[in-house]
Structure formats: structure tokens, C-alpha cells
Design a binder for this molecule. Structure first.
Ligand code: FE2
Length: 384
């Protein structure tokens, strides 16, 4: 086995870790502060601004939309270049962190986001110093080297990816996740869960990522429903946030699987939030994959306390798939894409746009014809 690991230089996890922010920034930084309106409303933004009171700050608040289009990032880049910022701090969910991550990389370069999205230009060195503070426990954007963006005209959703885009600092403070509403807790938590599960079974998993992924699956599974029902429980929020970070530390190195391969084209075409798309796809993809990775699913079932050693792999796999279905139902995740209008007219686009690294890492290869059959079975799916 051989592998390369690529992580932020500093990863800090724990309650009150936000307080270390100012000490980690280069002296005299002029900061582009990128945050969503929810961070402003919850008071998290004020806490961050207080931490940064010794630095000059340029606010970019509420400039990033969900499933961020290229133009959102262009506005951040334009603001950053105009103001001459030297560092970027992002506070928010995956959309905010991904957009800010690209802005930090591109502000010192030439061209717009589309140039790099479509490969006309390449990121050829480190950008501005970049700190990510997630307020959701889900996407793992604080650790990864990629950012998922959308060309809303062409309806193309994919990653800009570069070794130079790994954040310099990731600060994961579970207190920042306390204000997440239940629907966001469910979607982002199930995204983190899916990422951990797909990392565990990825064909590129290694001896570092496998233990991290398994622990992430068990932590998130044990606590997610509880924080969905009681978002104020800091201990359990902390467990989910830790699970999400471990999930990111695994999947950022190992790659994912067919859930993510298909969630991107389906999400961009039908405007399904990423975590919801992953949650709907997870159970049917596990059923598809089970013949190739039942031993892995059995290990995860035992890690989630759904069974014990000695039970057959088939039984343990069935228990795991059933429990995941129950978890999704408990958190009001739609059972299918029926409400989003998935139909056969979308299949050609999905087949054409699903061939990412995620599909390559799926433990059971899927040909175009097999993707088509799978999509047909999804449209027939009404009841979990
Ligand atoms: Fe994801």
C-alpha cells in the first residue's frame, strides 16, 4: 500500500477553540471575513469579529448563496483584490467555506472563477492565508483541497481541486454548531455520515483513513438523531462535530463513492440540497454495493452497535441499511426524488456528468448502462 496525506497545517478541535483564532493569523493581516447571514443572526459572527479586533477586517457577509454559483466567488475575489486583503477567514457551512477557499486561492492570481472551474487556468501556488471555521457539522470543507461550485447557466456542479487550496488552519469549535436548525443538522450530519461510510468502502481507502472513517460513522450514528431533536445538547453536538471532522480527515484522502458521484449531477439539475441528495441515494447505493463490500458494512454495523461478531455479513449489512433508513425517516429526509421531479428525461445528463473521482472510488464499478438501470429504479422509489 502507498498513500500521500494532505491536511491543513493546523487543525484545532474542541469547545472554545475559536479563542485561538487571532494567535494563528499572520501579524498585520488584512482579513476578508466571509460569513453567512445565519452566522450573523446567531451571534457567532460577532464572537469572531471580537476575536479579530486587532486586525483590519473587510466584511463579506451574506454574499454567498447555497450551492454557490461561480458569480458568488467572483464577487468575493473582486472585493478581496480591490481591498488588497492578505488573509481570508470563513465562518459558515460548506457553501461559505468552499467559496472563501476558492477566493483565497484566486485573489492573488489572474482571471475569474470560471477560468479555473473549466481548466483554462491552473492554480500554481499557495494563495492567501486561509482559516476555516465551520458552523455546521457536515461538509468537511475545512479540511479538503476542493470546493464544489455550480455553473448555474450550464447546470454543471463540480469541484475546483488543488493541493494549494487545503486551508492553512481549520478551527472546529462545536459551540459554533449549536444554532443549526434541525433540518440543517439532519442534512449536514447525514452528509458527514455518508462521507465517512463511502470513505470506509472506497477503493482508495488506506490504513490511516479506514479507522478514522469507522470511528466517524459510529460517532455520528450514535448522536445525530439526538441533536436533531435537541440542538442545545453541547456534549452530543461535540460528538457529531468530532465525527464530522474525522469523516473529513478520512474522505479528503480516500475519495468517496457513487452516492457522491450521483448526488452532484442530480443536485445541480433538480436543485436538491447536497446533504438531502446524499441521504436519498445512500440506502439504494448501499443495496447496489452490498455484493462487493458486505464485510465492510458488517464491520460498520458492529461499530454502530447494531449487531455482534459471529452474525453473518448479510444479516449485519441488512441491519445497517435498515437502521440508516430509519435514521433518515426520523429526521424527515424525503424517501425519494419524486418531489424534486426526477424523471427519465434527466437520465442522459446525469450519466454524462457523474464520472468524477467519487464514481471511480465506488467499491462496485457502475457502467453507464448500470447507472441508467439504477436511475430507473430510483424514479420508481416512493417508500423507504
Ligand atoms: Fe458530501
Amino acid at each position: 500500500m502507498s498513500f500521500t496525506l494532505l491536511y491543513p497545517e493546523t487543525i484545532i478541535f474542541g469547545k472554545n477553540s475559536l479563542e485561538q483564532l487571532s494567535s494563528l493569523l499572520p501579524e498585520l493581516s488584512k482579513i476578508l471575513l466571509v460569513a453567512g447571514r445565519s452566522a450573523e443572526a446567531s451571534g457567532v459572527l460577532k464572537r469572531v469579529k471580537d476575536q479579530l479586533s486587532d486586525f483590519e477586517q473587510i466584511d463579506a457577509i451574506g454574499m454567498v448563496m447555497a450551492e454557490p454559483p461561480l458569480e458568488c466567488v467572483d464577487s468575493l475575489i473582486e472585493l478581496g483584490r480591490r481591498e488588497g486583503v492578505t488573509a481570508v477567514v470563513a465562518i459558515g457551512g460548506g457553501s461559505v467555506i468552499d467559496s472563501a477557499k476558492v477566493a483565497a486561492a484566486l485573489i492573488p492570481l489572474e482571471g475569474d472563477t470560471g477560468d479555473y472551474f473549466y481548466g483554462k487556468r491552473e492554480i500554481n501556488g499557495r494563495g492567501l492565508f486561509f482559516v476555516a471555521l465551520p458552523t455546521t457539522a457536515g461538509t468537511g470543507a475545512e479540511v479538503t483541497k476542493n470546493a464544489v461550485l455550480t455553473d448555474s447557466v450550464a447546470k454543471i456542479k463540480k469541484s475546483i481541486r488543488s493541493i494549494y487550496m487545503v486551508p492553512d488552519v481549520a478551527i472546529v469549535d462545536p459551540e459554533l454548531t449549536l444554532s443549526m436548525p434541525p433540518a440543517v443538522t439532519a442534512a449536514s450530519g447525514l452528509d458527514a455520515f455518508t462521507q465517512a461510510l463511502e470513505s470506509f468502502t472506497s477503493s482508495d481507502a488506506n490504513s490511516v483513513t479506514r479507522p478514522l472513517a469507522k470511528l466517524a460513522v459510529s460517532k455520528i450514528f450514535a448522536n445525530l438523531a439526538d441533536v436533531y431533536h435537541n440542538g442545545a445538547d453541547l456534549e452530543k453536538r461535540s460528538e457529531v462535530a468530532e465525527g464530522s471532522l474525522l469523516s473529513a480527515m478520512a474522505f479528503s484522502q480516500s475519495g468517496l463513492g457513487a452516492v457522491h458521484g450521483l448526488a452532484h449531477p442530480i443536485g445541480s439539475l433538480l436543485k436538491v440540497p447536497h446533504g438531502v441528495a446524499c441521504s436519498i441515494l445512500l440506502k439504494p447505493i448501499m443495496e447496489w454495493n452490498a455484493s462487493s463490500c458486505a464485510a465492510d458494512y458488517a464491520q460498520l454495523a458492529i461499530a454502530c452497535n447494531l449487531g455482534v461478531e459471529g452474525e453473518s455479513e448479510e444479516t449485519l449489512t441488512r441491519k445497517l441499511i435498515y437502521a440508516i433508513g430509519q435514521l433518515c425517516r426520523e429526521m424527515a429526509i424525503p424517501a425519494s426524488f419524486a418531489d424534486f421531479g426526477l424523471s427519465s428525461e434527466h437520465f442522459e445528463f446525469i450519466v454524462k456528468n457523474c464520472r468524477s473521482r467519487s464514481m471511480e472510488c465506488n467499491p462496485r464499478p457502475m457502467s453507464d448502462d448500470e447507472v441508467l438501470v439504477f436511475l430507473e429504479s430510483l424514479t420508481a422509489l416512493r417508500v423507504r
